[in-house]
Design a protein around this ligand. Structure first.
Ligand code: 13P
Ligand code: SF4
Length: 319
C-alpha cells in the first residue's frame, strides 16, 4: 500500500478473511486504534481476549498482554506484531527473583500485576491490573502475608487504599511512568491552579501528598485528583465538568480523551511520556503479522497452565 488508508484497508480485509480480531491497548498510536476491532485497558482487553469467538487474536500492545491472552485462550492463535515490544516494568522482576523472594515469605499470597512475564504469573496466586488492584488486595485477609509485585508506585497506592498491614512491595517501576515525576506535576499544578488531575497509579508523582488530594474525605472544596486506569480515565473524561484536565500517564491516550470530550482541554503532565515499546508496530509489521507464523506468541503449556488460575481470578474475580 502507498499510504495509511491503503494499509488500513488491506489490514481489515485480511483480518476478516482470517476470522481474526485486532485488540489495541489505549497507549497504541491512533492509526492502530482506528483499525482495531476493540481498544481498551489491560483488564478490558484480557476480558475481550477470553470472550472472543475469533480464532486469531492480533494483540497490538506489548508482550505480556499478548501472553496473557494466550494463557486465557491457549487454543487460539495469538499474534504480537512486534517481537521487540517488551515492557520495562515486566522486566523489573524475573522468575528467579520471585522464587528467591517467596522463600523469605513461604506462606505469603502472591499478587502479580498483569505487567509480568508468564513465568512470573505461573508463581502467582492472583493477578491484577491498575483497574482492580485495590479490590483484589482488599479481598485478602489482613493476617496473611502478601507479596505485591512488581510496581512500587502502584503497590504504595494500593497499600494506602487498603491499609493491608502485611503487604510487601517489590521495588520495580515502569520507566515511562516513573518519569512523570512530582516535579513535573508540581510545576503543571502551579501553572494551572484551576485544572483537575487524572493520574495513573504507576506514575512517579503518586506521592503521599497526592493521595491526600485524591481522598474525597480530605478535599476541602472539590475533588481535584483521581487515580485511575486508562479505561477509567476515558470514562471520567466523558462526564467531567472540568474545563481543563491535566493527565499523568503515557501520552498515547491523549487523543482518546480528547475524542471522548472535545469541549475539555486535556494536557499531558509530561508530554515526553511516550512508551517506546508501545510504538514498535509499523503498518507493514501489522499487515505481515496477520498471516505470519513467526509473530505467533508461544507460552510453554506447563507455564500457561500454572499461570491460568491467577489470570482467571483477575478476569473473573467473582469466581
Ligand atoms: P492500564 O491498566 O490502564 O491498561 O495501564 C497499564 C499499563 O501500563 C499498560 O502498559
Ligand atoms: Fe510497560 Fe510502561 Fe510501556 Fe506500559 S508504558 S508497556 S508499563 S514500559
Amino acid at each position: 500500500p502507498s499510504d495509511m488508508v491503503g494499509y488500513q484497508r488491506e489490514i481489515r480485509s485480511l483480518v476478516e478473511q482470517q476470522n481474526a480480531i485486532i485488540l489495541a491497548h489505549n497507549y497504541q498510536p491512533a492509526w492502530i486504534k482506528e483499525v482495531a476491532d476493540i481498544s481498551g485497558d489491560s483488564l478490558y482487553l484480557s476480558r475481550q481476549a477470553s470472550d472472543t469467538d475469533a480464532t486469531t487474536i492480533i494483540f497490538c500492545g506489548v508482550r505480556f498482554m499478548a501472553e496473557t491472552a494466550k494463557i486465557l485462550s491457549p487454543e487460539k492463535r495469538v499474534v504480537l506484531p512486534a517481537d521487540d515490544a517488551e515492557c520495562s516494568l515486566a522486566d523489573s522482576i524475573t522468575e528467579s527473583d520471585l522464587r528467591a523472594w517467596r522463600t523469605e515469605y513461604p506462606d505469603a499470597i502472591v499478587v502479580a500485576y498483569v505487567n509480568t512475564s508468564a513465568a512470573v504469573k505461573a508463581q502467582a496466586d492472583v493477578c491484577c491490573t491498575s483497574a482492580n488492584a485495590v479490590e483484589i488486595v482488599a479481598s485478602i485477609p489482613h493476617h496473611r502475608e502478601l507479596l505485591f509485585l512488581p510496581d512500587q508506585f502502584l503497590g504504595a497506592y494500593v497499600q494506602r487504599m487498603t491499609g493491608h498491614p502485611n503487604m510487601h512491595i517489590w521495588m520495580g517501576e515502569c520507566h515511562v511512568h516513573a518519569d512523570i515525576s512530582p516535579e513535573h506535576l508540581e510545576s503543571k499544578m502551579l501553572d494551572n491552579p484551576m485544572a483537575t488531575l487524572m493520574v495513573h497509579p504507576e506514575c512517579g508523582c503518586t506521592t503521599p501528598a497526592l493521595y491526600q488530594l485524591a481522598d474525597p474525605s480530605s478535599a476541602p472544596t472539590r475533588q481535584r485528583v483521581s487515580i485511575l486506569s486508562t479505561n477509567q480515565m476515558i470514562e471520567e473524561a466523558k462526564t467531567t465538568t472540568a474545563r481543563h484536565v491535566l493527565v499523568a500517564t503515557e501520552i498515547g491516550i491523549m487523543s482518546d480523551l480528547q475524542a471522548a470530550n472535545p469541549d475539555v482541554r486535556f494536557e499531558a503532565v509530561n508530554p515526553e511520556a511516550r512508551c517506546p515499546y508501545m510504538n514498535r508496530i509499523t503498518p507493514q509489521r501489522l499487515l505481515d503479522s496477520i498471516t505470519s507464523t513467526t509473530d505467533e506468541v508461544v507460552v510453554v503449556p506447563d507455564t500457561a497452565a500454572r499461570a491460568r488460575l491467577a489470570v482467571e481470578r483477575m478476569v473473573h474475580p467473582e469466581l
